[in-house]
Design a protein around this ligand. Structure first.
Ligand SMILES: Nc1ncnc2c1ncn2[C@@H]1O[C@H](COP(=O)(O)OP(=O)(O)OP(=O)(O)O)[C@@H](O)[C@H]1O
Ligand SMILES: [Mg+2]
Length: 244
């Protein structure tokens, strides 16, 4: 069964046609890596999938539910099924790590305090930060903050987790610890759609890689095949530029 189904998705900003008809089916447990040049529409696609951007035409279903912008209930439903982690960690600085993770489940799902705290502690353990429950984000490294942001997204028990260049703002020595967490989620069967510049990681962890170019899925395939045998000049050039 597809967790995410996208058919003919189009999105413009004014006269700028950013997504020009995206078709994509993502199966439960699949890991999708999205690559492509700056401005090709990668972030916009993720933002459409979690309802942060309204789109103009096409259909988008998440976990069997259609995304309908005019329906407050439908949007609330959707947000509960889609988790997102951004390049900037966006933790609330005035809340402890534990409270950051407990915020949405408490507010949105009305989870009782004890169960909420137990879950937050379990998630912190899962991202390797069990001792940081009472810490504040300013006391954490970038890699630790990003792992808290992942735990916070998981606290809503999303059907799919979207990651937009989540290691791009990190010092190189902190990238690995975040990627290891993502890899463990993939191993546990989480459905993941991630925009990434980490080609080695995409090659190792993704089931399929999407190369976006000028608002379209320009090539899609298994990583071994797509990286070894890019079919279009655009992907050949993109991959070539990375090695030069
Ligand atoms: N809120 C917005 N208002 C107007 N234009 C936007 C907005 N967000 C994105 N765009 C435009 O949409 C296009 C695609 O942007 P998007 O951020 O999706 O690209 P991207 O592939 O994620 O690029 P990058 O690799 O730099 O993150 C760009 O031309 C950008 O200027
Ligand atoms: Mg982007």
């Amino acid at each position: 069964m597809s967790i995410v189904e996208i058919v003919g998705l189009r999105k413009s900003f004014g006269t700028n046609d950013v997504l020009k008809g995206i078709d994509l089916q993502v199966k439960k447990g699949e890991v999708i890596a999205i690559i492509g040049k700056s401005g090709s529409g990668k972030s916009t696609l993720l933002r459409c999938i979690n309802g942060l951007e309204a789109f103009h035409s096409g259909n988008l279903n998440v976990d069997g539910k259609p995304l309908i912008h005019d329906s407050v209930t439908a949007m609330r439903e959707l947000r509960q099924h889609v988790g997102m982690v951004f390049q900037s960690f966006n933790l609330f600085p005035h809340l402890s790590v534990g409270k950051n993770i407990m915020l949405a489940p408490g507010l949105v799902k009305h989870k009782n305090a004890a169960a909420n705290e137990a879950q937050a502690r379990k998630l912190l353990d899962r991202v390797g930060l069990s001792e940081k429950f009472n810490a504040y984000s300013e006391q954490l490294s970038g890699g630790q903050q990003q792992r808290v942001a992942i735990a916070r997204a998981l606290a809503m028990e999303p059907a799919v987790l979207l990651c937009d260049e989540i290691t791009s703002a990190l010092d190189p020595e902190l990238v690995g610890e975040v990627l290891r967490v993502v890899e463990s989620l993939a191993d546990e069967g989480m459905t993941l759609i991630m925009v990434t510049h980490e080609m080695n990681f995409a090659r190792k962890v993704a089931d399929r890689v999407i190369f976006m170019h000028q608002g379209l899925v320009h090539e899609i395939g298994e990583p071994a095949e797509l990286f070894a045998n890019p079919k279009t000049p655009e992907l050949q050039q993109f991959l070539g530029a990375l090695h030069s």
